[in-house]
Design a protein around this ligand. Structure first.
Ligand code: NAD
Length: 368
């Protein structure tokens, strides 16, 4: 298997966590005999400092010339006085737009070992494994007209979807559900919004091509409650842009820390992978950053861009194992027994070790 990966570590803790994620990908390549190449590029504040632009042309070219892009995080307080289009975060928005991914995947998983880190009771979160599929290029964030008239004190945003936009993201959700627990929960507000009525009718139509998948519809307001009350009832949750933004953040509390959350954006020219967290300037350079969100993002690269499902699972299992053994970065050190506080690098090393052991075991079994 060959994979050309563009790696843009970015600012703050971005380089620290990305280093651990690429180490894991290198290990998977080495242990499995795959050929992964890594092309590095500048994005965000470091790119502004070096080139004057948050997304230099060389970075964009490298992204478009790769099989997948792995991004750390962008954001640096020293650029706060700049207008939004000149700030580090502009680089992120520009690359997302240029790559054109329309399906944002955000898993929300409860780790038994981290039960004490979530504000929810362990018996509620136990065994939760939700995959959000959020439409990323439509809805209120992009619909026109949009304006704010400061004279009349009136503002407008437009929620707009076409049938084709709903079909393509619904297909992603059903395909992913077919490899999981075979259930899609589609979220809308069809009792009030015409856009949601189109959404519901279209998703129902797409579902006919996937008879093995159970489809249920939920209204977004009661869904917000169900996610907190009975999270393990959900498998793949399909949403439009705004609803998915809100619900996936809400579900983030199930895992317990922002530092644990991975994401992938697929369906465009090149898939874009990034941990959910930002550049965390408050802890940058201290060795306190949790690299597991970035490492789990690397697992998503293996799953969605390299078609190495077994290796993706091996990385996820290695994370479970290291957490079960009690290793914690500071953000997840709350509660739990026999907890050992480790640095970013040490956490990466522990996952690497657990992964190598599991891949060795798998190879030994194949050899028998
Ligand atoms: P943040 O995600 O950087 O940090 C929020 C809090 O969570 C901080 O207390 C931080 O220390 C902690 N945290 C985040 N990631 C962690 C990790 N891996 N391990 C341990 N703790 C972690 O959000 P913020 O503070 O609102 O923003 C900081 C900068 O990042 C801003 O410039 C913002 O614009 C940018 N940002 C970038 C992205 C991105 O690149 N995708 C996302 C969000 C924010």
């Amino acid at each position: 298997m060959r994979l050309k990966l563009a790696v843009f570590a970015g600012d703050g803790i971005g380089p620290e966590v990305t280093r651990e994620a690429t180490n894991i990908l290198r290990a998977v390549a080495e242990l499995g005999g795959h050929e992964f190449t890594f092309v590095e590029g500048l994005i965000g504040g470091v790119a502004i400092t070096e080139t004057g632009s948050p997304l230099p042309t060389a970075t964009l070219d490298a992204a478009l010339d790769s099989d997948a892009v792995l991004l750390g995080a962008v954001g640096d307080n020293k650029f706060n006085a700049l207008t939004p289009d000149k700030r580090p975060e502009a680089g992120l928005l520009q690359i997302r737009q240029a790559l054109g991914g329309f399906a944002n995947l955000r898993p929300s998983v409860a780790y038994a070992a981290l039960a004490a880190s979530s504000p929810l009771r362990p018996e509620v979160t136990k065994d939760t494994d939700i995959l959000f599929v959020r439409e990323l290029l439509g809805g209120l964030y992009f619909g026109t007209p949009r304006w704010w008239n400061k004279e009349t004190n009136e503002a407008i945003n437009t929620m707009r979807y076409t049938r084709d936009e709903v079909v393509r993201v619904a297909r992603v959700a059903f395909e992913l559900a077919s490899k999981r627990r075979k259930k899609v929960t589609s979220v809308d507000k069809a009792n009030v919004l015409e856009v949601s009525q189109l959404w519901r009718a279209t998703v129902t139509e797409v579902a006919k091509d996937y008879p093995e998948i159970t489809l249920e519809h939920q209204l977004v307001d009661s869904m917000a409650m169900h996610i907190m009350n009975t999270p393990r009832n959900f498998d793949v949750v399909l949403t439009e842009n705004l609803f998915g933004d809100i619900l996936s953040d809400e579900a983030g509390v199930i895992t317990g820390s922002l530092g644990m959350l991975p994401s992938a954006t697929i369906g465009g020219k090149v898939n874009l992978y990034e941990p959910v967290h930002g550049s965390a300037p408050d802890i940058a350079g201290t060795g306190k950053a949790n690299p597991l969100g970035a490492i789990l993002t690397a697992a998503m690269v293996l799953r969605h861009s390299a078609n190495l499902e077994q290796d993706a699972r091996a990385v996820e299992a290695a994370v479970h194992k290291v957490l079960a053994a009690g290793y914690r970065t500071a953000d997840i050190a709350r509660g739990g027994e026999n907890v050992q506080l480790v640095s970013t690098q040490e956490m990466g090393k522990r996952v690497h070790q657990a992964l190598a052991e599991s891949i060795d075991r798998r190879q030994a079994m194949h050899a028998v």
